[in-house]
Design a protein around this ligand. Structure first.
Ligand code: NPW
Ligand code: ADP
Ligand code: K
Length: 511
């Protein structure tokens, strides 16, 4: 699913009105009526007070449409206008007068804290203060109103976006954001819903298709693409009945050092589990029996050094390489990495200590092969691209780095983002149970296994991240979050493939 900028959504709004020969007021009526239907289906006429807080822009206009439709269906509606400027939008004004036509209980024009209403815990709050037109942090009594709303125990439903949250810009005042329980967002979710700093303000959302011009939306380069099951299904490459292991490639895993041999075991196992035809694990000598006994399916090649890797030499042409997991930071390992980067011919995943080594020795950055996949966790990322001021700055830094060195960066976290140049792919699978040692090693194995099978680097990244998160979700269903270990993710990779083609009902998206 595409994520659009506010500018694109405003343009889509205009194109839609022109092409469908409707007015903006008609489009607002459509948008508001979808929200009404959603609420009506759940409330079934219940007389619970519904408190609608409207701004004076089009988000407030949506709130007024909803209020009018609820009143016409006999609901108990209390509407408040936060009259924070005189510049009311024309669609707001039209709906303000339409609202007054259907009831004698006109909206209350709030001018300050003295107008804030009492709200019972069982009531419902509709948040229609600000939408995507927010252009500065709410201040003064409008901020106090948001704080007042946030102290209420009533269920809070935000229209389009929680008020105070920007669709795609850094937040200056996190207190001045409505902490809603659910958001009904128009057409497509906004970028801020998926980033670590702002995502927590959107615990659940549903995107409501309000019929914006499909051809226009199709033609637009999105801000980002959301990767969920329908997209992942399309990535899958079916196996040929007559295939043999040679068709699925040979991965080389360069990982492990004394005390961190588990990183090699996890990455090697994940590479096999995700379907590589053959895997060779290259480890220091002390890792030989560990690998042979824990992953009998893999071949093992040992370094001359007992404890860490000093020479990345192979006598076969691998189809994919993953390097760095638990290799430590010895100078000789760094030299071996440099030699590898100079000679590598196949797709490569660069992780963990290999990334730290590259960050430390800037000359190595220039050796990064085109389309190399870099998989830093936040600490490694900061060392690689520099500290960022906020999530958007982080993304910008990654886009610049990716474009300059022609590499793919996977920003790992709750909604892992794959960055290739300006393109962003946001993953929707995964859970906090995966915040456990070794889960990143498993990801590197997954990526190398897909590369070995012939998935191109971008596809391997986006699909691998999706399957890794999906395996984590499946594992969490039996072990829960706390008990989950990286091995559980590996053991669920098979189910993650099966799950790809299982039918299920659409449900609200939990963040
Ligand atoms: N495009 C679509 O697809 C569709 C969009 N629709 C709806 O339109 C919404 C966007 O509407 P919108 O553009 O009128 O902006 P909105 O957020 O209501 O308010 C902006 C107003 O607030 C003001 N203001 C801003 N920040 C402020 C602050 N901190 N403190 C105080 N004031 C502040 C700003 O005025 P300013 O003072 O900056 O001149 C302006 O007056 C969108 O989210 C969706 O709900 C649907 O109806 C149909 C399809
Ligand atoms: N809260 C979370 N939600 C979803 N996925 C997560 C979460 N926390 C961590 N992960 C995933 O787990 C992996 C952790 O990687 P990393 O920190 O490199 O682990 P390690 O270095 O221990 O192997 C990443 O793929 C990341 O996206
Ligand atoms: K809102």
């Amino acid at each position: 699913m595409k994520i659009f900028s506010s500018k694109q959504l405003y343009e889509a709004d205009e194109v839609t009105c022109n092409n469908q020969n409707i007015t903006s007021v008609d489009l607002m009526e459509r948008a508001g009526s979808y929200i009404f239907t959603w609420l009506h289906q759940r409330m079934q006429g219940a007389q619970v007070p519904v408190h609608i807080f409207c701004g004076i822009g089009n988000n407030g206009g949506d709130g007024l449409v909803l209020g009018r439709l609820l009143i016409e269906s006999g609901y108990n509606v209390k509407c408040y206008i936060a009259n924070f400027t005189d510049k009311r939008s024309p669609c707001f004004l039209t709906n303000y007068s339409r609202y007054k036509d259907v009831t004698k209980n006109w909206p209350i024009l709030m001018k300050g804290a003295e107008d804030f209403p009492e709200i019972a815990p069982q009531d419902i709050i509709i948040d229609a203060l600000f939408g995507i037109g927010l252009n500065r942090p709410p201040e003064g009594w409008v901020k106090d109103l948001i704080l007042h709303i946030n102290t209420q125990r009533a269920f809070k439903l935000s229209i389009d976006i929680p008020s105070g949250l920007s669709a795609e810009q850094a937040v200056e005042d996190f207190d001045a954001i409505v902490k809603s329980n659910h958001t009904l967002t128009f057409q497509a979710p906004k970028l801020s819903f998926f980033l670590p700093e702002t995502g927590p303000y959107v615990t659940f959302y549903e995107a409501i298709d309000i019929g914006l011009d499909a051809a226009y939306l199709e033609s637009q380069e999105p801000l980002a693409q959301l990767i969920a099951k329908p997209q992942a299904q399309r990535f899958y490459k079916q196996r040929n009945k007559y295939a043999h292991k040679g068709n699925f490639g040979h991965s080389l895993i360069v990982a492990g050092s004394y005390g961190m041999m588990g990183a090699s075991v996890l990455a090697t196992k994940a590479t096999m589990r995700i379907g590589a035809g053959k895997v060779t694990a290259m480890v220091p000598r002390s890792g030989y029996s560990i690998l042979q006994s824990t992953v009998p399916e893999a071949m093992v090649k040992t370094d001359e050094n007992e404890d860490f890797i000093t020479n990345i030499n192979y006598d076969f042409e691998p189809d994919a390489i993953a390097v760095g997991m638990g290799i430590g930071n010895n100078d000789e390992t760094a030299t071996a990495l440099k030699a590898l980067l100079k000679k590598v011919l196949c797709p490569i995943v660069i992780d963990a200590d290999a990334l730290n080594c590259i960050s430390k020795t800037k000359t190595l950055i220039k050796l990064l092969p085109e389309n190399a996949i870099l998989t830093p966790h936040p600490g490694e990322l900061a060392r690689l691209v520099g500290e960022w001021t906020d999530d958007y700055d982080k993304i910008k830094k990654c886009q610049e780095f990716s474009a300059t060195y022609k590499v793919i960066i996977i920003i790992k976290g709750a909604n892992t983002i794959t960055v290739m140049g300006n393109e962003l792919y946001i993953n929707t699978t995964g859970n906090p149970g995966m915040a456990t040692a070794g889960s990143g090693d498993v990801l590197s194995g997954c990526l190398s296994g897909l590369l070995a099978q012939g998935y191109d680097p971008l596809l391997a990244s986006v699909f691998g991240v999706y399957l890794h998160g999906s395996a984590g979700n499946i594992a969490s269903q039996t072990v829960g979050f706390e008990a989950m270990m990286a091995s559980d993710i590996i053991n669920s990779l098979g189910d993650a493939f099966l799950e790809l083609f299982r039918q299920e009902e659409e449900a609200p998206v939990a963040q």
